[in-house]
Design a protein around this ligand. Structure first.
Ligand code: SP5
Ligand code: ZN
Length: 326
């Protein structure tokens, strides 16, 4: 369940999403591999240690207080309050480490988030070893998770972990292209002051779309990272004509950056029938999206993010990947 506009509703981010993606891959005859395990130390390459410790132990601490069900925050350190100390109170700590009430922690959250991160890391290792491309079927998604904050169904930033993994493997420059409908605020946060990882995001205009408080065009990075963040917000109703125009701007910037690899935060919630989003891409447009990404000619790691039109998610994801299989 998630708290959505004052009501507890079934979560849009549901296990059935994975089943539909796997079914589409089976129809296409594509094999799937299970990644290996990674030490938690690798997670600290992009997340703060205190945040990871909180996530790891949150639900056990909740149970130790005699509770069960969903951990949903009710208080946040908003403007004018202190962020320089973390309260002892568990519910206060929960609010400290998140930015919304729509991403409950449950008994399996840490195990699932960790497994999703391992998928992205495993795919990064495949690309680092020289593969043309790899796809990571991550669930939960990751791009809203910042250095020390979760939200938007995201707990560990799978794409950021993968980009950092490629850097740590010796690739000098890595570009992240985020095509999820929602702004990848977590990825932007993590690489905000860095010039070795370019972050480019196409998304619904935060004036009207979640996550609302980040993702505007004037956010360009800071310090050494100034100019290495590019936001391309687009209005509700954007179709392939408008979308592909912005995509060309994205690739123009990526070409100047000249990365050794590309990480794609692949949300397919840009689909016309997505229940929580407002763009108008069709299933065949995802074929074109894949072709355009592949045409960049870069070693490419695609990481699953959002996409909530469950019945169509498999065909939409497979459509993007088709260009890399041919
Ligand atoms: C990874 C990802 O796609 N996360 C998205 C999280 C969105 N959570 C809040 C959604 C609120 C959207 N409300 C729109 C209601 C339309 N009926
Ligand atoms: Zn999304």
């Amino acid at each position: 369940m998630e708290l959505h506009r004052g009501e507890l509703v079934p979560s849009f981010e549901t296990p059935a999403r994975v089943e539909h993606i796997l079914a589409a891959f089976a129809r296409a005859g594509w094999a799937v591999e299970t990644p290996g395990e990674y030490d938690d130390a690798v997670l600290a390459r992009v997340h703060d240690a205190d945040y990871l410790a909180f996530l790891r132990g949150a639900y056990e601490a909740w149970q130790a207080e005699g509770r069960d069900g969903y951990m949903i925050p009710g208080a946040f350190p908003a403007c004018g309050m202190r962020r320089d100390r973390v309260p002892d109170n568990l519910h206060a700590r929960l609010g400290y480490y998140t930015f919304d009430a729509g991403s409950p922690i449950v008994a399996g959250t840490w195990r699932a988030a960790r497994a999703a991160a391992h998928c992205a890391l495993g795919a990064a290792d495949v690309v680092a070893a020289g593969a043309r491309s790899a796809y990571a079927l991550c669930r939960p998604p990751g791009h809203h998770a910042g250095r020390a904050v979760f939200g938007g169904y995201c707990f560990l930033n799978n794409a950021a972990l993968a980009a950092q993994r490629l850097r740590d493997a010796g690739l000098a420059r890595v570009a992240v292209l985020d095509v999820d409908y929602h702004h990848g605020n977590g990825t932007q946060d993590i690489f905000w002051e860095r010039d070795d990882v370019l972050v480019v995001s196409l998304h619904g205009d935060p004036n009207t779309e979640y996550p609302f408080y980040l993702g505007y065009a004037d956010e360009r990075g800071a310090g050494a990272g100034t100019g290495f963040n590019l936001n391309l917000p687009l209005p509700r109703g954007t179709d392939w004509a408008g979308y592909s125009h912005a995509l060309e701007q994205a690739f123009a910037r990526i070409a100047v950056f000249a990365p050794q690899a590309l990480v794609v935060s692949l949300g397919v919630d840009t689909f016309q029938d997505d229940p929580i989003s407002g763009f108008a891409l069709s299933t065949s447009d995802f074929l074109r999206l894949g072709e355009r990404i592949a045409a960049a000619g870069l070693p490419t790691l695609l990481v699953q993010e959002g996409g909530y039109a469950v019945a169509e998610i498999g065909d939409n994801v497979a459509g993007v990947l088709a260009a890399f299989v041919a």
